[in-house]
Design a protein around this ligand. Structure first.
Ligand SMILES: [Zn+2]
Length: 165
């Protein structure tokens, strides 16, 4: 890690989306501090989106090359990527290839049915967890993690669809 990579924009700073030839996981890991591998395709690091004293950010690389971020203090994937000077779209592989398509379309075709099916599934997961809590079951870390993953997946779908207008 070089010194200039440690600088990051503060909250509210307009960030430039940096596109490089790095894979999404490299782009993310290069910008994080105290990165430690915790297993194949898994890392932990200091969360850039809050005042993190001990590494509370989990980073995972999905099979398709997508990067999944999870802060145990509850920072959203959006807040984390913005703190890194990246956008949610930077967590996806392949997006930058579309620059060479020459068709005028800057994005790969977006499948709304797939996307909505995924969101419906995540909503069901959230409902089941809420129902369990309603029955008096304790909200365990696993459920919280699963809920965060649901939020993350829906955010990812939004990013894939072109982000917030
Ligand atoms: Zn955080």
């Amino acid at each position: 890690m070089t010194p200039q990579q440690k600088s990051r924009p503060g909250a509210g700073t307009a960030y430039a989306t940096t596109r490089s030839n790095d894979s999404p996981i490299d782009a993310v890991l290069h910008r994080l501090e105290k990165v430690k591998s915790t297993g194949p395709g898994k890392w932990q690091a200091l969360c850039p989106a809050h005042d993190d004293k001990r590494p509370s950010l989990s980073i995972r690389e999905a099979d398709d090359g997508k990067v999944l971020l999870k802060c145990w203090s509850g920072c959203s994937a959006q807040a984390i990527t913005e703190a890194l000077g990246l956008s949610l779209a930077d967590l996806f592989p392949g997006d930058r290839r579309s620059h060479e398509s020459g068709t005028g379309s800057m994005r790969r075709p977006f499948d709304y049915r797939d996307c909505l099916t995924g969101i419906a599934h995540e909503a069901t997961v959230a409902r089941l967890i809420v129902e369990a809590v309603n029955r008096g079951e304790a909200m365990d870390v696993e459920s919280l993690d699963r809920l965060a993953l649901a939020e993350e997946r829906i955010s990812d779908a939004l990013a894939a669809a072109g982000g917030v207008q």
